[in-house]
Design a protein around this ligand. Structure first.
Ligand code: AMP
Length: 403
């Protein structure tokens, strides 16, 4: 179901509480923001609201304060950066829903902006406490969620507040639903998923959910070795989850039954030690020598995966093909990133490490969509309902399309 966005409601003259994701990286000493992309990404929704006469109240979490207010987690640096980017004053409350927030939001004029302090300075925020949600709601007349990265959490500022205010999405969540949601619910075919990363256990639900939707499933990275061992192959000292061997066998079986082509690496870059400087050699997948571990997919595998991708119309990628943090074992991951960038297909990067890999490979602007939420995008791919999205109002359909 499509969710209403800021464009589907009247915002003029209204106080609008916008949940953003301003959880930006900072220099530990100076607290200077080291990457402002999350703030930049929030600007279109904020600008739209300002231009349409709203009174904008922004909120976000930053880091993980455990004991209430802690100066190092203050959103003050974010207020300054926002003010610089918007070219307007951003008033900063010294609390979340206390006297300062109430005073600053009481007599706002159209086009004014107030940023509340870190929502996690309120200890009940993450408990989705009804009283705290009501306090958030009492500051505004509308709620806009634009923080996809926390949409899988039912917290007061991501979900609870929607019980007391009309709730719609901002443009960032709208884009996530369009691409990530579109791929999972109604993909252009062939639809191929590329999954990597360390563990099968972290991706079981994604594999199970996607198995019913994809035409082909490519599995690389550390998790491939559990599949090889399940097939009775030697994997040397490669990472493996011995308690997931049966599950891996079962996944291979289900793929056959469902007619999903499941591709595993055919060769691997292997080394004796888990280190960038360890000497490397290439080993066939069925035959990794004793004492060696697979740390990246090999060149033949890159070609095999490329040919499985070349005709795809929709591709979702989550998880690196090897230990890409080590430059000597990043080749496979970089090759996949570059391949996706060259394709004439809808290419969706499911956050976290794959987003970092696409960035590193310098092709971030050549893929269709990079999800802004690691955990949230994984839960989306698992087919789970995200509370911060489920709580938003549905767009009413035309009445003729059967929705
Ligand atoms: P995940 O968070 O599950 O997507 O896993 C990402 C991590 O998997 C990265 O830190 C990679 O270094 C790691 N990884 C990928 N391939 C391997 C491998 N062959 N052996 C060990 N770790 C791996």
């Amino acid at each position: 179901m499509n969710k209403k966005t800021v464009k589907d409601i009247q915002v003029k003259g209204k106080k609008v509480l916008v949940r953003c994701d301003f959880n930006v990286p900072q220099d530990k000493e100076t607290l200077e923001i080291t990457d402002n992309r999350r703030i930049v990404a929030a600007i279109p929704t904020i600008e739209y609201l300002l231009q349409n006469g709203a009174k904008v109240i922004l909120c976000s979490h930053l880091g993980r304060p455990k004991e209430g207010p802690e100066p190092k987690y203050s959103l003050k640096p974010v207020a300054e950066e926002l003010s610089r980017l918007l070219g307007r004053e951003v008033k900063m409350a010294t609390d979340v829903v206390g006297e300062s927030a109430k005073t600053l939001t009481a007599d706002m004029k159209e086009g004014e902006i107030v940023l509340l302090e870190n929502v996690r300075f309120e200890k009940l925020e993450t408990k989705n406490d009804a009283e705290l949600s009501k306090k958030f709601a009492s500051l505004a007349e509308l709620f806009v969620n634009d923080a996809f990265g926390t949409a899988h959490r039912a917290h007061c500022s991501t979900e609870g507040v929607s019980a007391y205010l009309p709730a719609v999405s901002g443009f960032l969540i709208e884009k996530e639903l369009e691409f990530l949601g579109g791929a999972v619910q109604n993909p252009q075919r062939p639809f191929v998923a590329v999954l990597g990363g360390a563990k099968v256990s972290d991706k079981i639900s994604v594999i199970e959910n996607l198995m019913d939707k994809v035409d082909a499933l490519i599995i690389g990275g550390g998790m491939a070795y559990t599949f090889f061992k399940a097939q009775g192959h030697d994997i040397g000292t490669s990472i493996c989850e011995d308690d997931k061997l049966e599950l891996a066998k079962n996944i291979l079986e289900v793929a056959k039954q469902k007619n999903v082509e499941l591709l595993l690496p055919i060769d691997n870059i292997v080394a004796k030690e888990f280190s960038n400087d360890s000497e490397t050699t290439i080993a066939e997948s069925g035959d990794i020598p004793e004492g060696y571990m697979g740390l990246d997919i090999g060149p033949k595998t890159v070609e095999k995966f490329k040919s499985a991708l070349v005709n795809a119309k929709t591709i979702v990628w989550n998880g690196p093909m090897g230990v890409f943090e080590f430059p000597n074992f990043a080749k496979g991951t970089t090759a996949i990133a570059k391949t996706l960038a060259e394709l004439d297909a809808i290419t969706i990067i499911g956050g976290g490490d794959s987003a970092a890999a696409v960035d590193k490979a310098g092709v971030a602007d050549k893929v269709t969509h990079i999800s802004t939420g690691g955990g949230a995008s994984l839960e989306f791919l698992e087919g789970k309902v995200l509370p911060g999205i489920a709580c938003l109002e549905d767009k009413r359909c035309c009445g003729n399309c059967g929705h």
